[in-house]
Design a protein around this ligand. Structure first.
Ligand code: HEM
Ligand code: HEM
Length: 124
């Protein structure tokens, strides 16, 4: 699996989604989804693109199981978290409906980042 490419391909898909949402907010004047827009662009595009570039620049990091774990943890965590956030902001669920799934998704993202950090310390 090409970790670097995978991070960048998913990242740019998040960017397209984030920009479309930003344009919708700008056009409609309804900014209630701004936190969702921000995190699609930042947790999705920005972070995944930075990760993809790091794995491209340092191939020793990409060739590890830590990198594969990082990719799947970040992908699963970010998708679940952003779906939960969109449901919260559109009133489909309340704050009380966020646990246990949202904290679990945050933990997945954090574990992915911990794998990345460990990989940086070991191989960068
Ligand atoms: C054509 C592209 C984009 C459009 C039309 C757009 C539009 C918007 C709009 C309408 C808001 C709400 C502003 C407000 O309520 O004060 C916003 C907020 C924001 N945008 Fe964008 N945006 C775009 C691209 C991006 C990108 C590429 C990023 C990051 C990489 C980004 C990050 C943010 C952040 C961090 C906020 C603040 C969110 C918040 O206050 O909760 N945006 N954007
Ligand atoms: C699991 C990961 C993350 C969680 C759980 C999280 C959670 C939050 C929460 C609860 C807020 C406050 C929202 C509000 O007041 O409406 C926030 C705001 C923000 N976050 Fe995150 N965040 C995460 C990752 C990130 C990342 C990776 C970035 C940047 C690369 C980021 C950038 C921001 C920014 C710029 C704001 C301020 C938006 C604004 O209110 O204008 N977040 N985040």
């Amino acid at each position: 699996m090409q970790i670097s490419r995978n991070f960048m391909v998913i990242g740019v898909a998040y960017l397209v989604l984030g920009i479309v949402l930003g344009m919708y907010m700008g056009g409609s004047g309804d900014h209630s989804l701004a936190p969702l827009h921000a995190h699609i662009n930042l947790l999705g595009f920005t972070l995944m693109t930075v990760f993809g570039l790091v794995y491209r620049v340092i191939p020793a990091m990409a060739a590890t199981s830590l990198a594969r774990a990082h990719f799947w943890l970040h992908l699963a965590g970010s998708v679940i978290l952003l779906i939960m956030l969109s449901m919260l902001l559109t009133g489909r669920i309340t704050e009380a409906g966020m646990p246990p799934l949202a904290p679990l998704a945050e933990l997945l993202v954090l574990l992915g980042v911990a794998s990345f950090a460990h990989n940086v310390w070991r191989n960068a």
